[in-house]
Design a protein around this ligand. Structure first.
Ligand code: WTA
Length: 635
């Protein structure tokens, strides 16, 4: 019997050792016993981190939707697969059973086929958190098309660059979306984007808000009538283990987003196995992850991981503050949620509000609490533990990335003793390494360095779409034969890991990764701006907020500074989305630079954090005099 469900600490250590001593044997057992294959693999793993190339379950054949849907029909056909909780609590929740999900996915798959989508084609999905979103992901997987979901908060510009990067021919969207009191014109945003995407021939539009929208003749089609007329069964496409399942974009240190490519088999095995253990999922549980499916957390732990285990997964359309700050807890009570998985930024926002919003509700169904997306600070951890977990539910602080596909470092609840702010121990099969500046691995405990992973795990992203060179440079060149995460971490006296934050040019704001380069590019396009630099500074709710230093073209620029600030933020909203807006904008006459012309962000970060007593040696700068000026006018 494989170790699919780990129940106590001794077992964790024993299984961990097994998974590291013989990874191939270990994953082969898990894959063999818990999934449906059309053909088994010839070879479990081949890998080379310097090429880099990773292949799991080589030449195996499968379809992930058979694993996530079809195989449950006999035993769980009437069980709720997706529990949809709408934005407005007055609207009724929808319980979509596995049988209904099967039919809806098949119909959608047939609609996609009918619109010319074939195996290997890329499909752009720009939908709000409505059932059509899950259904369309699975429909793509059913027919072997590669989905590329774009978070429905991104701007037209961001959509266009992603569509063009992966050459999508078709877009799925909706007439609009609800977010709390607001409704957003998604279709209007798509229309603007598509002015720059000549390759897109078809747009399928789901109805959600009933807003009046324009439908472009010959291109735009309402989805519902097509679904109504579609056949309710669809033979799954037989996929190779290493065929791409999806592309998901993440920010990087240069302007262009990176389309991370995940493949079918390894991703399925790893997300399912982590889901089972890290949420200690049991048959009648009601699991809720509050993330948006536009991010990796939603892909892996709303859709694929839970469904592969035949779970009931809650999908929430709304926001934590609508109709009031008790919404999360109202939903937990209403659906008797057993596992609740959210982000520190949401916890911090709710912790600011009156405790009555929590105390009104019965949270006794909860068994496990999760956190993801950024380091959870001690105060938020205790608030979560005390008020939501009533000091009895373990908190799983799960560290992972879009690139890793699944959770990498995390406690296993009721197995691993937790420590606030620590992601604790590597998950089964994960071999972390902490590296120093000179590229040596730090051995033993009580060390801090750059976090790398030494050995492939099944759900590692295989490449960056269309740019394998960049994949190699970003993740595999910094440290030889190791995957570099971009994060810093420490290992304490008992071997627990604590993630200290990004060590590159990515800043995490409210749990969203933002590369500084694309934001700077956007600011620099403003006609009055010569140059800019963005840094993060600590913020009580968002974790980090953005501080921009901006040099204007004309020193004597006479325009009102507040107007300029508004225009700059407007421009960022248009280019990227409102999530990338700056909290503070300081106009400066110069930026501190090294003699080779590199901006010294370290100094700018310190000034933004008001930590100016410890700037270090600035005498080697090209322009040390500018530092004092920036300090004097800091916001
Ligand atoms: C950060 C989200 C500390 C980290 C799943 C990582 C975390 C980046 C944690 C990836 C955590 C994620 N503690 N930091 N528990 N989880 N991060 O790609 O910096 O959106 O590299 O994936 O989020 O963000 P991404």
């Amino acid at each position: 019997m494989s170790n699919y469900h780990i129940k106590h600490l001794e077992e964790y250590f024993q299984v961990y050792r097994k998974s590291v001593r013989n990874p191939e044997g270990f994953w082969e057992e898990i894959a063999e016993e818990h999934f449906l294959w059309r053909k088994k693999w010839d070879n479990v793993l081949s890998w080379n981190f310097s090429k880099p190339e990773v292949k799991w379950f080589e030449n195996a054949k499968l379809n992930i939707t058979e694993n996530c849907i079809d195989r449950h029909l006999a035993t769980r056909g009437d069980k709720t697969a997706i529990l949809f909780e709408p934005n407005n609590p007055i609207e009724e929740a929808q319980h979509i059973t596995y049988r209904e999900l099967h039919q809806r996915v098949c119909k959608m798959a047939n609609v996609l086929k009918g619109n010319g989508v074939k195996k290997g084609d890329r499909v752009c999905i720009y939908l709000p958190m409505i059932p059509e979103l899950v259904v369309s992901l699975l429909a793509c997987a059913r027919i072997g098309a590669i989905h590329s979901v774009i978070f429905a908060g991104f701007s037209a510009n961001a959509i266009a660059s992603r569509i063009n990067d992966s050459d999508c021919k078709i877009v799925l969207t909706s007439d609009g979306s609800f977010r709390g009191k607001k409704s957003i014109d998604l279709k209007g945003i798509v229309d603007v984007a598509l002015d720059y995407c000549p390759g897109v021939k078809t747009v399928l539009v789901a109805k959600r808000t009933n807003a009046e929208i324009e439908m472009k003749a010959g291109r735009d089609k309402w989805l519902q009538p097509l679904l109504d007329n579609a056949y309710g069964d669809c033979v799954p496409e037989i996929m190779d283990a290493e065929d791409p399942l999806f592309i998901l974009y993440t920010s990087g240190s240069t302007g262009k987003p990176k389309g991370m490519v995940h493949t079918c088999a390894g991703y399925m095995v790893y997300t399912a196995y982590t889901f089972k253990n890290i949420f200690q999922y049991k048959e009648d549980d009601v699991y809720w992850c509050t993330a948006d499916i536009g991010w990796i957390t939603g892909h892996s732990y709303i859709v694929y991981g839970p469904l592969a285990n035949g779970a009931t997964t809650v999908m929430f359309e709304g926001v934590p503050s609508y109709p009031d700050y008790g919404r999360f807890w109202e939903v937990v009570e209403k659906h008797k949620v057993t596992q609740f998985y959210t982000a520190p930024t949401a916890i911090r926002a709710l912790a600011k509000e009156n405790l009555e919003f929590v105390e009104k509700y019965d949270l006794s169904s909860l068994k496990v609490l999760g956190s993801v997306g950024e380091p959870i600070n001690e105060e938020a951890w205790h608030w979560y533990n005390h008020n939501i977990g009533k000091n009895k539910n373990p908190i799983v602080d799960t560290w992972w990335q879009t690139e890793t596909g699944g959770i990498m470092i995390s406690p296993i609840p009721y197995v691993t003793p937790t420590t606030p702010t620590y992601a604790t121990l590597p998950f089964i099969g994960i071999q972390p390494a902490l590296m120093n500046e000179s590229g040596e691995e730090l051995i033993g405990n009580q060390v801090e360095g750059h976090l790398c992973i030494k050995f492939p795990w099944p759900s590692i992203a295989r490449t960056i779409w269309g740019d394998h060179k960049r994949y190699r440079e970003t993740y595999f060149l910094t440290y030889k034969d190791k995957y570099f995460t971009g994060d810093g971490a420490l290992r304490d006296g008992v071997g627990y890991y604590r993630i200290t934050g990004r060590v590159d040019d990515v800043i995490i704001v409210s749990g969203h990764n933002l590369g500084t380069a694309p934001i700077e590019d956007s600011i620099n396009e403003h006609p009055a701006v010569a140059e800019s630099a963005i840094v993060g500074f600590s913020h009580s709710v968002k974790g980090n907020a953005l501080y921009g230093y901006v040099i204007l073209k004309e020193v004597g620029e006479s325009r009102d500074r507040d107007n300029l600030r508004r225009e700059i933020n407007q421009q960022i909203t248009e280019h990227i989305g409102p999530i990338a807006k700056l909290d503070k904008i300081q106009f400066v006459s110069g930026l501190p630079k090294t003699r080779s012309g590199k901006i010294m962000r370290r100094i700018l970060r310190k000034i933004a954090s008001k930590d100016i007593n410890n700037l270090g040696d600035i005498s080697t700068l090209l322009n040390p005099e500018v530092v004092q000026e920036i300090i004097d006018n800091a916001l």
